[in-house]
Design a protein around this ligand. Sequence first.
Ligand code: GLY
Length: 356
Amino acid sequence: MHTIHVNLGPRSYDIAIVSGDLTGVGTFARRRVKSDKALVITDENVKGQAERVAEAMRAAGCAVHLAVRPAGEGQKSLAVAGELYDRLVEFQADRRTLVVAVGGGVIGDLAGFVAATFNRGLPLLMVPTTLLAMVDSSVGGKVAVNHPRAKNLIGAFHQPVGVWIDTAVLDTLPDREYRSGLAEVVKYGVIMDADFFSYLEKHQETIIGRDPERVRHIVARCCQLKAGIVEQDEREETGQRAILNYGHTFAHAFESVGRYGSWLHGEAVAAGMSCAARLAQRRGLVPEDVTRRQNDLLRAFDLPIAPKRWPADALLAAMHNDKKALAGQLRFILPCKLGAVAMFDDVSEAEVRNVL
Ligand code: GLY
């Protein structure tokens, strides 16, 4: 087991990275919380894995209820959160009842939001089953549901009590989902680790082939990088954590105008990073080489590097609706070199239109 500690004082926790040991989560959880009840929240796609987690929790002495939701971004709503609160009430949940999220980013955000708000906060355990959730959304405590007009608008910071990552569950992840997760992996290289970016370039074939050793390495490195950022800026107040939003101002607009059905999150992030790099290049922040290397790597992972033919007006309107827009001003994270980015609040609409 490889363990990464996220040092947040009283909210500190461990990220455990294992391979082929989903049931070890029972002991891991019991060592961290005194809960004797757990609500395991999952979706239809990974119901089998969630049942194994539920069994492990029972073996560790917990009474367990399983809530299986349909898959998809549509689940991140207040209405669905309301149904899960009903389940917790029926289960006579108390403040020690553990919420366990077994799934990808949608389930983690939804279950996390329920845990953050029910009874003023329940302990939360993350068991991510997609690459994207392993390297990003399960770590750092951002939880949310969507407002009909903007993604993740209703949310909180609620750190988990632990994150249990079994990289072997990725063996059954659909190829498109796996590649979508690779977009966030590339993101870490561009924003803060040029050596890691080179590693991804060098080993792209074995990474696409899901070589277990490579997968463990990229998951561990991304978690380590993310843990470092979250430790410095837990609530995204100083600008340090905001660098994780590289490509996301564009990506959220692509998801919103595409009505969340068109692209997976990572696909939108890939096209968003490509737009952001081109914008940086036009500003003279980076040479053409940086944009080219990033695009080549994204393309090798079969990810899009340009938006679909969505109207620029609609995309700009969506960007202004995004919660990351401050008092009407769009905010962009742009590369300054490979492995370093900075935040810009002075990007004009014309510059944005140019790269769309
Ligand atoms: N996914 C961006 C963050 O956790 O801050």
